[in-house]
Ligand binder design. Structure first.
Ligand SMILES: [Zn+2]
Length: 103
């Protein structure tokens, strides 16, 4: 089917009446798949034009991950250090040096 501005307008009108795609297709003299495809391409669902998707901009970032957990012993040098997360296992001094260098 070749979609003309008139047939597209008729399609939009019929889609607002909540008729099934098959009935709209019979009305327009085309196939159900042509109707579904055209409604999808012009982004109309049951006569409803969906809102454009908005990106979340003011997403709240949890700061609990960065809260101070208190002092705990370093896994390498056993010195007490201030830990900022439960995954923080090494003191700042040990984080800066690699096990293969002297620091
Ligand atoms: Zn350490």
């Amino acid at each position: 089917m070749i979609w003309t501005p008139n047939s597209i307008g008729r399609l939009i009108e019929l889609s607002k009446t909540k008729l099934s795609s098959t009935k709209i297709a019979n009305e327009l003299g085309t196939t159900k798949n042509a109707v579904i495809g055209k409604l999808h391409r012009i982004k109309i669902k049951n006569g409803h034009i969906p809102k454009p998707v908005q990106l979340r901009t003011n997403k709240k970032v949890s700061i609990s991950h960065f809260k101070k957990l208190g002092k705990k012993p370093c896994n390498l040098c056993k010195k007490m250090f201030m830990s900022y997360s439960k995954h923080d296992r090494f003191c700042d001094g040990c984080k800066r040096c690699s096990p293969y260098t002297d620091c």
